[in-house]
Design a binder for this molecule. Structure first.
Ligand code: HEM
Length: 155
């Protein structure tokens, strides 16, 4: 269900892009585009295991810090025009699944589910559209980026 939610949000962000390329390639490209921009934990707290300097700031062993994946995914030094949802963006080295030894164990499953959900959306519901006058409701959370509701119609 979570993957369907992500797929819907990808589609909501980029209905035009979703129509451009053949469904299989589009679903694959959009899956990682969506993961970078919409399906991220906003950030996780960490405890520094040693003294370190990061971006000119001293972090002491034992300090609590928050790693903002959402911010890293929009780092203009890594992603040109970072707020643009571009399904053809390559490379797309986002950190939505984390980084290093705790990299998400389910990343490949999540990608597979997302690609499959996107393919179903564009192939089976080609007339999918937003319900006029029903704006999407955002989730208010400092942990997860999400939607509370997204009214759609097709036919
Ligand atoms: C789009 C969907 C998903 C996103 C965005 C996501 C994101 C993440 C992130 C950011 C981490 C790193 C946590 C950290 O740094 O401590 C993580 C870890 C993990 N994820 Fe996911 N995840 C997703 C789906 C899944 C799925 C489907 C599974 C299992 C079927 C899964 C299983 C895990 C596990 C077991 C870890 C812990 C790995 C470790 O600590 O070594 N995730 N995930």
């Amino acid at each position: 269900m979570a993957r369907v939610r992500v797929a819907l949000r990808a589609w909501w962000r980029t209905p035009a892009a979703m129509r451009v390329c053949p469904a299989r390639r589009r679903a694959s490209l959009t899956a990682d585009g969506a993961t970078r921009t919409v399906d991220v934990p906003e950030g996780f707290r960490r405890t520094a295991t040693r003294d370190v300097e990061l971006g000119g700031r001293a972090i002491r062993r034992g300090d609590k810090v928050v790693v903002y994946h959402a911010s890293a995914n929009r780092d203009g030094a890594v992603f040109p025009d970072p707020d643009r949802f571009d399904v053809t963006r390559s490379p797309n080295d986002h950190v939505s699944f984390g980084y290093g030894p705790h990299f998400c164990l389910g990343a490949q499953l999540a990608r597979l589910q997302l690609r499959s959900a996107l393919r179903c959306l564009v192939e089976r519901l080609p007339g999918l559209g937003l319900v006029p006058g029903r704006p999407p409701r955002r989730l208010v959370s400092n942990f997860q980026n999400g939607l509370k509701s997204l009214w759609v119609q097709w036919g």
